[in-house]
Ligand binder design. Structure first.
Ligand SMILES: Cc1cc2nc3c(=O)[nH]c(=O)nc-3n(C[C@H](O)[C@H](O)[C@H](O)COP(=O)(O)OP(=O)(O)OC[C@H]3O[C@@H](n4cnc5c(N)ncnc54)[C@H](O)[C@@H]3O)c2cc1C
Length: 452
C-alpha cells in the first residue's frame, strides 16, 4: 500500500480501501473537475482533497472571495477523511491535558481547548449550513477504563477538565456504565458531553459539494509529482498539466511524501491506524457489548476506539502495523479482532466484513500545527492531528484559508502556529516507532497483570 516514507505520491495503482463507509455511501462521488487539463496559472492551489484541503477551499471561496484550485492525487477524501473512525471530538494531537498544562501552562492549555471546542462548532455549523446528510449521531463520548487501576487517573482527569479547563466532564463509576458499555474491560469512564459520530465520507463529500458550489475547482487524479519553485511562484507538476500558483496550501497531512517539498520532509511521522467492522450483532450481543451507540475509546497506552454503528455492527480500531508493506498482513486484522473479543467476549466468532487502514500524522511534539512555511514561496500548511482530526482539520482548514488570504491566525495556543521540528534520524524513524510500540505493549501487559 502507499507509504509516504517510500513512495513519491499516491498513484493510480493504489486501491480504494475496503471501507464500510464506501459500502454504505456508494462509490459514486460528487461531480469534480476531473484531472488537470494542460497548464494553467492560479492564485491559490491546494494540494490534498481531504477535510483540511476541502475546508480551506470552501473558506477561501465563501469568506475571502478566492476561488482556489484543489489538486487531489486520487479522489476527494481518498486519504484519512474518507476512511476514519468517524468520531468528531474536542480533540487534536495526542498530548494528555495534564502534560499540556505542565509544558505550556494553564492559559495556553485553555486557549487550545477553546480552539478545539470551536473546531467541533465549525463542523456542527457546516453540517447545518450545507444540509450535509452524514448521519450525525447524538453527542456523548466515553473514555473507558480498561483496567480497574486506571479509574483514579480518570478521576484526576475529571478534576482537571472541571477546574483548569472549566468543562463539565463527568466521571462515571463501573456500575454507572451498565447498559452503556458492557464486557470485561469496563471499570468506569470519563464522560465528555460534546462529540459525536457520523459518516465521515459523507461529511467530506458535503464539504466537496459546498466548496465547488462556491466556485472552487477540484481536480481529482491529479497528483503533484514534482514541485518546482521558480522566482516568486510555485510550479506544481501533475501527469496531465502544470499548475503555476502564487500561493500553495499543503493539505496532505499523513499522506505527505518525504519527496513532496524539502521544507516539509520529516515534519510528521505517518502512523498507520486500522479498523475492522463486523457483521451485524444479534440483540443479545448488543446487550452484552455496547448497548449505547456513543463514541468510545479506552485507556490503554496503544488505545482502541470503537462504536456500535446504526445497523448494529461493531466498528473497532487501533494501531499495530508500522510500514505500508506490512499493513495488509492478516495478523493486524487478527490483532484488532482479539482485542475486540477480549473486551466483549460475547462477540467471539462474529464475522468481520470490512478491514481497512490509513495514515494519520504525528508531529514530534504530538500536537497539530498551522503555519506559513519559512523560506518557501507563500506556502501554508496544517496537519499533525494524530488520529484526532475529524473536527480540528476542518477548523485548521479555515485558518489556512485566512493565512493564504493574507490575514493572521491569532491564537493564544502559541504552539499551533509554529513550524514543527523535524524528526531526527529520519531513516531510522520506523525502527524507533517499532521500539515504541513494543514498549507501549509491554506497559499495557504489565498493567493487565497488575490489575489481575
Ligand atoms: C483508520 C483511521 C481512523 C481515524 N479515526 C478518527 C476518528 O475517529 N476521529 C478523528 O478525529 N480522527 C480520526 N482519524 C484521523 C482523521 O481522519 C484525519 O486527521 C483527517 O481526516 C485529516 O484530514 P486531512 O485532510 O488533513 O488529510 P487526508 O484526509 O489524509 O487527506 C490528504 C490527501 O492528500 C492527498 N495527497 C497526498 N499526496 C498528494 C500529492 N502529491 N498530490 C495530490 N494529493 C496528494 C491524499 O490522496 C489524501 O487524499 C482517523 C484516521 C484513520 C486513518
Amino acid at each position: 500500500m502507499y507509504d509516504p516514507l517510500v513512495h513519491p505520491f499516491p498513484d493510480k495503482s493504489q486501491p480504494d480501501p475496503d471501507s464500510y463507509w464506501l459500502k454504505v455511501s456508494g462509490a459514486a462521488a460528487p461531480d469534480d473537475d476531473g484531472p488537470v487539463a494542460g497548464d494553467a496559472e492560479v492564485d491559490v492551489a491546494i494540494i490534498g482533497g481531504g477535510y483540511t484541503g476541502l475546508s480551506a477551499a470552501l473558506a477561501l471561496a465563501r469568506d475571502h472571495g478566492i476561488k482556489a484550485t484543489v489538486l487531489e492525487a486520487r479522489s476527494s477524501a481518498w486519504g484519512c477523511s474518507g476512511r476514519n473512525g468517524s468520531f468528531a471530538r474536542i480533540s487534536g494531537g495526542r498530548v494528555p491535558w495534564s502534560q499540556l498544562v505542565k509544558t505550556y501552562g494553564p492559559d495556553v492549555a485553555r486557549a487550545y481547548f477553546q480552539e478545539l471546542r470551536q473546531g467541533l462548532d465549525t463542523v456542527r455549523a457546516l453540517i447545518a449550513d450545507g444540509g450535509i446528510a452524514c448521519d450525525k449521531q447524538p453527542d456523548g463520548v466515553y473514555k473507558v477504563a480498561t483496567f480497574g487501576t486506571h479509574a483514579d487517573a480518570l478521576r484526576r482527569e475529571e478534576a482537571l477538565y472541571n477546574g483548569v479547563l472549566g468543562y463539565p466532564a463527568r466521571y462515571i463509576g463501573a456500575s454507572g456504565l451498565r447498559g452503556i458499555h458492557e464486557g470485561s474491560e469496563s471499570h468506569g469512564a470519563l464522560y465528555l458531553p460534546d462529540g459525536f459520530s457520523l459518516n465521515p465520507l459523507e461529511l467530506a463529500r458535503g464539504l466537496h459539494r459546498m466548496a465547488r458550489d462556491h466556485g472552487a475547482r477540484i481536480h481529482t487524479n491529479s497528483p503533484v509529482t514534482r514541485w518546482i519553485s521558480d522566482g516568486g511562484a510555485n510550479r506544481l507538476v501533475t501527469p496531465t498539466g502544470t499548475i503555476r500558483a502564487r500561493r500553495v496550501i499543503v493539505a496532505t497531512n499523513g499522506y505527505t511524501s518525504s519527496r513532496l517539498h524539502p521544507s516539509l520532509a520529516a515534519r510528521v511521522l505517518p502512523v498507520h491506524s486500522q479498523i475492522i467492522v463486523t457483521a451485524p450483532m444479534s440483540a443479545a450481543q448488543v446487550e452484552a457489548s455496547l448497548p449505547s451507540g456513543k463514541c468510545m475509546f479506552d485507556t490503554r497506552e496503544l488505545l482502541f476506539y470503537y462504536r456500535r454503528l446504526p445497523d448494529n455492527r461493531m466498528l473497532f480500531g487501533g494501531r499495530s502495523a508500522i510500514s505500508g508493506n506490512d499493513a495488509a498482513a492478516p495478523r493486524h486484522r487478527q490483532y484488532l479482532y482479539d482485542a475486540m473479543v477480549r473486551k466483549f467476549p460475547a462477540l467471539a466468532g462474529i464475522d468481520v466484513e470490512h478491514w481497512w487502514g490509513g495514515w494519520v500524522a504525528v508531529s514530534r511534539n504530538s500536537l497539530p500545527y498551522c503555519y506559513r512555511v519559512p523560506g518557501a514561496n507563500d506556502v501554508f500548511t496544517a496537519g499533525g492531528y494524530a488520529g484526532s482530526g475529524v473536527s480540528f482539520s476542518i477548523h485548521l482548514g479555515t485558518k489556512l484559508a485566512m493565512l493564504a488570504a493574507g490575514r493572521p491566525f491569532e491564537t493564544s495556543a502559541t504552539f499551533l502556529t509554529r513550524e514543527p521540528e523535524r524528526y531526527p534520524f529520519a531513516s531510522f524513524i520506523r525502527l524507533g516507532q517499532w521500539m515504541a510500540y513494543r514498549w507501549l505493549h509491554a506497559k499495557d501487559a504489565r498493567e493487565a497483570r497488575r490489575a489481575g
